[in-house]
Design a protein around this ligand. Sequence first.
Ligand code: HEC
Length: 166
Amino acid sequence: MKMMMLSLLLLSPFNLFAEDPSAKLVPLKKELMKNLQGKLKTEGPVKALEFCHLNAQKITAANQQGIEIGRTSHRLRNAKNAPRDWVKPYLSEFVSGKRKEAIAVTLKNGKRGYLEPIRISKGACLICHGNSLSKPLQSELKKRYPQDQATGFKMNDFRGLFWMEY
Ligand code: HEC
């Protein structure tokens, strides 16, 4: 019985003896979400979009802390979030629905890679990534992201990935 318990522990996707890599993403997620919700509430969507344009990259960089971390997508808003080479094949699998869960892999450079799906999980995401953006938001988006591909999403759609190299 004891042996069985032990092997179950070792077989779990991130065994208990190694730190769960998703823990390293928590500060970045919290900070992005806190800012987004705060700005949406106090200043509205156009100002919130401006805030993201001016700060999302900086917030991401400030959360590196010895690891490389970021967001990416198959339909990018900011081209700076383009996927790294090792991420591309996994991204396609998430897009096709073949892959649904977070994954940790060993990379050619010997580091570890970690990917976690981001879904359109809140109605608020649709304000800026949905089908019917308000007119003022459309023009702000055109101004700040002329190459934007990140609209037309629906609730629960796959939107992209958090990625990490550590
Ligand atoms: C106020 C408008 C706004 C809302 C609401 C919003 N986003 Fe975004 N989103 C942006 C902007 C602007 C960027 C580009 C940030 C940058 O320049 O790095 C972005 C980028 C992203 C990216 C990075 C990939 C890319 O395309 O550049 C993901 C993933 C993402 N958003 C998911 C979400 C999710 C999930 C929600 C809901 C929880 C959400 N967004 C809500 C404006 C918004």
